[in-house]
Design a protein around this ligand. Sequence first.
Ligand code: FES
Length: 101
Amino acid sequence: MKNSKGIGTAFVVNTQQNIAASQGQSLLEALQSAKVEMDSSCGGHGTCGTCRVFINHESSQVPPMNEVEAEFWSERGRKIHERLSCQVEAPFDLEIELIKN
Ligand code: FES
């Protein structure tokens, strides 16, 4: 069910944590705020790929890709359900799996 308050929520399968994001905050920022260890070599600019996550396909609110992320994947190739957490902005309601680099 879509949330209408503009917030982001995510369940992190690896750590069994629920995290929250405010409107416009990225999934990466929300993970880092919750002290989930995440690499982000490029500082969230969508160029390094170290912040990749898998988003469970049954997640109820998955934001569409922005241009930065679409360009990244067109150059690198993408596994199914793989996303750049720095480019996924709230609102969202996700179940995610962290990818270890
Ligand atoms: S932090 Fe570099 S692509 Fe997301």
